[in-house]
Design a protein around this ligand. Structure first.
Ligand SMILES: C[S@@+](CC[C@H](N)C(=O)[O-])C[C@H]1O[C@@H](n2cnc3c(N)ncnc32)[C@H](O)[C@@H]1O
Length: 275
């Protein structure tokens, strides 16, 4: 039997918010309802005119909620539950979740409950609305867990280290990296323009032991992480990180390339001449 607060349905939302705010909501049991009443599981009795306390048999929440909405039902008012996004991105050990403005007030409790669901998550961060500037950075805001934005991410037998708030990285391009890697033949020489932390070059080089890859990146932090990632993946003898503007750096290269990859979402045409 569980201690419950029995309230009329018209007082349901008020009671729910009161319990969440006071921290008396018993998160382990599911609320129940019958005719005009709702039974909220509570951790203790307290003075209230919202309803009365009694004992009742309530179902337990499954240990792993089947969806983010089910998880956040405990911390977000029911009328806003449909604003909760259905998924989040897990980049290394950082969970990046989109939180719409309607849920801003609840972002910290949402993040705290997400942090508890998966031991692989060490940081929960809020996805920004925009990608910023020439370096295409998506600056996240930490909401729960460790105070850091650096992480390590594994993909296609490669390891990448980077800082979400200083470099561009998209794990959603993983399939595109593999698609391009499959097109490469044997000992090609490849130039990657706008190479970020070098995920394209590294995935390709890992799959093709005789290929050589030159990466050019303007953002000094990204070029620094690219050099680190080349080292982490033991590719230093045939994958290179060049810091600078492709327009200035390409003419300095004395190589002829079999393949050139440009990973810039727009204004690619401005750089075709350099390629
Ligand atoms: C969309 S990101 C792609 C990064 C990387 N290829 C990836 O997929 O993770 C574009 C990158 O181009 C870099 N960039 C922008 N203008 C550049 C230029 N003129 N020369 C070299 N890199 C540039 C930005 O700093 C950014 O890291």
């Amino acid at each position: 039997m569980t201690l419950v607060l029995k309230v009329s349905k018209k007082n349901g939302e008020r009671a729910r918010r009161t319990l969440i705010n006071k921290g008396y909501f018993d998160n382990e049991h599911k609320p129940d309802s019958e005719k005009n009443c709702i039974y909220f599981p509570v951790t203790r009795e307290f003075k209230t005119q919202l309803g009365t306390f009694e004992k009742r048999n309530l179902d337990k929440f499954k240990s792993r909620p089947s969806s983010l909405r089910e998880l956040f039902m405990k911390v977000v008012p029911l009328n806003l539950i449909h604003d909760v996004r259905r998924s989040y991105d897990l980049i290394g050990d950082i969970a990046v979740i989109e939180i719409p403005d309607s849920l801003k007030k609840y972002e910290k409790v949402i993040a705290a409950s997400l942090l508890k669901t998966n031991s692989k998550i060490k940081v929960v961060a809020k996805k920004p609305k925009r990608i910023e500037g020439e370096y295409r950075i998506r600056k996240v805001k930490i909401l729960a867990g460790e105070r850091r934005t650096t992480t390590e991410y594994r993909e296609s037998d490669c390891l990448f280290r980077f800082d979400l708030n200083k470099t561009y990285f998209s794990q959603r391009l993983g399939n595109e990296r593999l698609r391009l890697a499959k097109k490469v033949k044997g000992s090609e020489k490849i130039l990657v323009m706008f190479s970020g932390v070098a995920p394209f070059g590294i995935v390709i080089a890992k799959k093709h032991p005789f290929a050589k890859v030159w990466n050019i990146e303007l953002n000094p932090d990204a070029a620094k992480y690219a050099a680190k990632n080349i080292e982490l993946n033991h590719l230093g003898s045939r994958v290179f990180s060049i810091k600078g503007d492709v327009k200035k750096e390409i003419p300095k290269l004395k190589e002829k390339f079999d393949r050139i990859i440009m990973v810039l979402p727009f204004h690619n045409e401005k750089f075709l001449k350099s390629a």
